[in-house]
Design a protein around this ligand. Sequence first.
Ligand code: ADP
Ligand code: ADP
Length: 223
Amino acid sequence: AGMIDVQGVGKQYGNGTYAVKDVNLHIDSGEFLAIVGPSGCGKSTLLRMIAGFESITEGQILVETRPVSGPGPDRGVVFQDYGLFPWLTVEENIAYGPKEAGYPRSQVKELVDKYIDLVGLKLFAKKFPHELSGGMQQRVAIARVLANTPSVMLMDEPFGALDALTREQLQNQLSYIQKDLGITVVFVTHSIEEAVYLADRVVVMGDGAASGVAGNIKKIETI
Ligand code: ADP
Ligand code: ADP
């Protein structure tokens, strides 16, 4: 599970401009793929289309064999701004998805225990988001996504708001978690260093202004 096929995908806005144009991309199950490129080249738009948050105006995206037509529990998304529920504790944030999915209480507890431990926040289970540092909040956000047991984790500049040391710690932790779980990760960043450090494969999206075609993937490198 977790294979993604982006087939001739484009996103054209009402005013005629393309945010993403003619992107073809195959992502293997269990692969860590980074998408890099300058601001405005269409990275977030492509990621949001895979997430199902944004309509696809051309082509299609398959996750396994299912065409994406909206958000789904097979795809979890981590944003730069954490997006935790401020009125819920750490463990309640992580329990939210499994509870909504109607899992029995014992199974919710099992999932919360597993993922709170995986991100190293056991001692902070009863804290509220505002009592945590940014790095810790992002670890909660990752655990909250993983507790839904998605096959794909989509990450949009997840460490962009963190200081260098914290970013490095989270990169290491994410790397370990991704390999441990064998989950597919698609990671958007403007930092080529971060992409090369983390990913099995890096895809570079072209600069709309430079190429004249926003969102065209110029080059695919295997590292
Ligand atoms: P990145 O994530 O690489 O910074 P985005 O995916 O956010 O790029 O944006 C890609 C392009 O699409 C940008 O040029 C942006 O201005 C344009 N864009 C984004 N949203 C809209 C919209 N609602 N209407 C028109 N153009 C948009
Ligand atoms: P951007 O700032 O890159 O243009 P937006 O904030 O406009 O992105 O969000 C684009 C889409 O992503 C929206 O349709 C929204 O539903 C979805 N989205 C953004 N943040 C979240 C979130 N934290 N949880 C769920 N969906 C989100």
